[in-house]
Design a protein around this ligand. Structure first.
Ligand SMILES: [Ca+2]
Ligand SMILES: [Ca+2]
Ligand SMILES: [Ca+2]
Length: 225
C-alpha cells in the first residue's frame, strides 16, 4: 500500500516539476548605450529588469574595444574601467540558479604572468551575502583564424547550489580596461513559473488540482486493498 501511495505522490511531483520549464538566457549587450552606468536585461518583457549590471565609474560603460579578432567577445559588449577593486557588479532581481558563464577580454599588451595579471575574478553571493561561488581566470592570447586574438581573454564559468542574488567582478590589466560578453545564466524571468516565487494563481490551481487528483487515486487504491 505504502508503495502505491508513494508512486502516486512521485507521479504528482513529476507532473508538477514538469511544468517548471527551466530555460537559460544569454546577454549579448547589443542594446547597451555608451555612457550608461547601469544596464538592465528584462528577459520576460514585463518592464522589470531581471539582471542589472552597474558600475560606480561616473564615465559609465563603452560597448567596443578589442575589435573582431577575439574568441570570447563579439562586439558590442560591456566595456569599462579595470582600475577599481570592484569594477562591475551584477544584481539578479529574482535570483540566478545553477550556473553563470561569460567571456572577458583585457586591455593589456601581454599575458606575462610574472606581473600577476591580466586576470578576471568573479564572486557570486546569495541574499545573505554568503559567497557561493568564485573563480579567478588569467587572460591569454587565444588561437583564432590566422593567428592570435588581439588582446588577452578568457572565460569564467561557475556552478553553485541555491540562488545567487548578486556577483562582483574585478579585472586587472596593463591599461586598466576590460570588456565582457555573452553573459549566460538561468534568471528568474526565464522560467515558467519563475523559480524564485510561489506559484501564481493559475499554477496554484493546477497544483491543487493535481493534489486532489492524487488524493482521489490514493482513496481508490485504499478501497481496493
Ligand atoms: Ca556581444
Ligand atoms: Ca522582467
Ligand atoms: Ca580592478
Amino acid at each position: 500500500m505504502i508503495g502505491k501511495i508513494s508512486a502516486v505522490i512521485t507521479a504528482t511531483t513529476i507532473l508538477f516539476l514538469g511544468s517548471n520549464a527551466v530555460q537559460g538566457a544569454k546577454l549579448t549587450f547589443d542594446d547597451l548605450i555608451t555612457g550608461q552606468t547601469s544596464y538592465g536585461f528584462d528577459g520576460d518583457a514585463d518592464s522589470i529588469d531581471d539582471v542589472i549590471f552597474s558600475t560606480v565609474d561616473p564615465a559609465g560603460f563603452n560597448t567596443i574595444g578589442p575589435g573582431p579578432n577575439m574568441t570570447y567577445i563579439n562586439e558590442p559588449g560591456l566595456e569599462g574601467t579595470a582600475l577599481l577593486a570592484t569594477d562591475l557588479r551584477v544584481d539578479f532581481t529574482f535570483g540566478a540558479a545553477a550556473s553563470l558563464k561569460f567571456g572577458f577580454a583585457l586591455d593589456s599588451f601581454g599575458d606575462d604572468k610574472t606581473a600577476g595579471y591580466p586576470y578576471a575574478e568573479f564572486k557570486v553571493y546569495d541574499t545573505g551575502d554568503t559567497l557561493i561561488a568564485s573563480q579567478k581566470v588569467d587572460g591569454y592570447y587565444t588561437a583564432i583564424d590566422g593567428g592570435f586574438s588581439t588582446y588577452p581573454e578568457g572565460e569564467i564559468s561557475v556552478t553553485f547550489s541555491g540562488l545567487a542574488a548578486y556577483a562582483t567582478f574585478d579585472f586587472q590589466s596593463d591599461y586598466g580596461r576590460f570588456i565582457i560578453d555573452n553573459f549566460e545564466g538561468t534568471f528568474g524571468s526565464t522560467e515558467d513559473p519563475p523559480i524564485h516565487t510561489t506559484p501564481d494563481g493559475g499554477s496554484c490551481l493546477m497544483l491543487y488540482g493535481l493534489a486532489f487528483l492524487g488524493l482521489g487515486t490514493v482513496r481508490r487504491l485504499l478501497r481496493q486493498e
